[in-house]
Design a protein around this ligand. Sequence first.
Ligand code: 13P
Length: 288
Amino acid sequence: MLVSAKEMLEKAKAGHYAVGQFNINNLEWTKAILLTAQELNSPVILGVSEGAGKYMTGYKTVVGMVNGMMEELKITVPVALHLDHGSYEGCLACVEAGFSSIMFDGSHYPIDENVAKTTELVKIAKAHGMSLEAEVGSIGGEEDGVIGKGECADPQECKSIADLGVTMLAAGIGNIHGKYPDNWEGLSFETLDAIQQLTGEMPLVLHGGTGIPEDMIKKAISLGVAKINVNTECQLAFADATRKYIEAGKDLEGKGFDPRKLLAPGFEAIKATVKEKMELFGSVGKAN
Ligand code: 13P
């Protein structure tokens, strides 16, 4: 059964490790992440962006697939199904569809509007026993056609959103979605520390987990990060393994074109990436 991310993140923050959020795109992604979490006895968060939700034909399909897979694969570790960077309407749709966790990304609104909308969603999430992630200080990335230093959140604004009763808080600390440019200045630990000082027990979320060096990940965890989002790295690993299979001509040998064979190397590559991240984040063995 899906669970809210609240308990697993509170445990992670207290235990000085982080739970990975891995974004899903289809059946192979979901199966690879769930099986790896079970094998490593690790809690896990499955992230679904609004675009990925549409791609998979809608949130109800996602809920049906994840619930069915958890039952049939006998997954017993804590799993949260979480909307990633949701709009207000997207959050309501995921509450209806049976997600166990939502993120409202109000970072592009003026702070007062972010506060007002987040306040509404705190009530709704609480009434449904769901966890809610809020965001302050938008996270840069290639999506906007801008490659540069991600924004740094204002720690006071972080406190005002954290005080609304959200479960976890994403704050921009120079992190970026997608690959990091060569001239990236790194995470701003000064900002992270200031945010942690003001938000206390609140589990903090680090977006843009792809490509952040290991020592920075460890330092971020030591300063209160309890959830780390990874998306692009699984996509790159999947694409790389699939390309190698095709370039080696394996799809032309025997029944190598069968999707169950063609997609197998990519599936294994996602598993290996998720394992590596869970080991780095320290969530292995923390399912109970
Ligand atoms: P990456 O794609 O950079 O790993 O970021 C993932 C993310 O933050 C999803 O919200």
